[in-house]
Design a protein around this ligand. Structure first.
Ligand SMILES: CC(C)(COP(=O)(O)OP(=O)(O)OC[C@H]1O[C@@H](n2cnc3c(N)ncnc32)[C@H](O)[C@@H]1OP(=O)(O)O)[C@@H](O)C(=O)NCCC(=O)NCCS
Length: 290
């Protein structure tokens, strides 16, 4: 079949979303990608559509694959399942790597669903190594019975007047794993989101100081965006108690399960499994040194 390539346009977002969703349905029986994600990725400030994107069309104009390169460091390639096995993924990946080289990047990374055996094999065959693993964890809410918080610790819903303190705790705790974010950047990902749920979010206080936080977001399932406990307050059961409180609030709001993503850089997987969360699916971040 004669395929042709061109830069993506904003109007392609729906077609690209559909091809990603079709692949996810094949692997997991349901799509996890949210409809507005592709549009947001195409609109990112660093993205120049003419240079950083490529879509592949079938002769009838159907969008059957795409590649996206963000700042030379992150790439994404997806092909519609009906067109797998024709070498399109390899070509798109070659284009994404060439784009990273053209902007002078020393490496490029790509996140691949672990259920995508062909995609994973392609990464290996091109010399990518494994940078990190991400796990989507789930906990059914029917069985959660919240315990008393540890002695001296008080739990409460998120309170807007504590925003600065919560932000600072999150930066202190995640600062070792990630770049420090400005208040605005952190808020965009957490408390300023339309899906933010202050009542299901949980703060832990020691006296008048915030020592722990859970940022909860709404969805078909309860979602935890951030969970953190200050270094001086660890191993006292604060994370367990906060998570239980958030689970109870989600259950009151009619949700049946809680989900969250964690990654190998945090070392928290063992704790979550100890607390009864189970891995639903995982992805691997592959990296190629250029
Ligand atoms: C992960 C974190 C939230 C744990 O907070 P914490 O208050 O110390 O955890 P708790 O004391 O409530 O521990 C709950 C249970 O998990 C166990 N646990 C805690 N950390 C663990 C780990 N790394 N591996 C295995 N088990 C662990 C505890 O022993 C405890 O079990 P127990 O009640 O049977 O004794 C905290 O270490 C932290 O903020 N880390 C940095 C941020 C982070 O990685 N967040 C998660 C990213 S998604």
């Amino acid at each position: 079949m004669d395929f042709s390539g061109r830069a993506a346009r904003l109007e392609d977002a729906q077609a690209i979303y559909e091809l990603i969703a079709a692949a996810e349905v094949g692997w997991h029986g349901q799509a996890e990608v949210v409809p507005d994600r592709v549009a947001a990725d195409l609109r990112r400030p660093l993205i120049d559509l003419a240079l950083d994107t490529l879509v592949v069309e079938a002769p009838d104009g159907e969008v059957v694959g795409w590649a996206w390169n963000h700042g030379g460091k992150r790439a994404q390639v997806d092909v519609h399942p009906s067109y797998w096995g024709q070498g399109l993924g390899t070509q798109l990946l070659g284009w994404a790597e060439a784009r990273s080289r053209a902007v002078g990047s020393e490496w490029v990374s790509q996140t691949v669903d672990d259920a995508d055996k062909a995609g994973t094999a392609l990464m290996q065959s091109r010399g990518y190594d494994v940078l990190a693993t991400n796990w989507l964890l789930e906990r059914p809410l029917a069985t959660v019975e919240p315990q008393e918080p540890p002695a001296g610790i008080r739990l409460a819903p998120y309170e807007p007047e504590r925003a600065q303190e919560v932000y600072e705790l999150a930066q202190d705790v995640f600062g070792a794993q990630q770049r420090r974010k400005s208040f605005e950047e952190w808020a965009e990902l957490t408390i300023a989101r339309p899906a933010f749920l202050p009542a299901a979010s949980t703060l832990a206080y020691d006296g008048n100081s915030v020592v722990g936080l859970v940022i909860a977001l709404d969805g078909e399932e309860g979602y935890v965006e951030q969970l953190a406990v200050g270094v001086d307050h660890r191993n006292r059961g604060i994370a367990r108690a906060m998570l239980d409180r958030t689970c109870r609030e989600f259950r009151h709001a009619g949700r049946d399960s809680l989900i969250l993503w964690t990654h190998s850089g945090t070392g928290a997987l063992a704790m979550y499994e100890h607390l009864g969360l189970r891995v639903r699916r995982s992805t691997t971040v592959h990296r190629l040194t250029l």
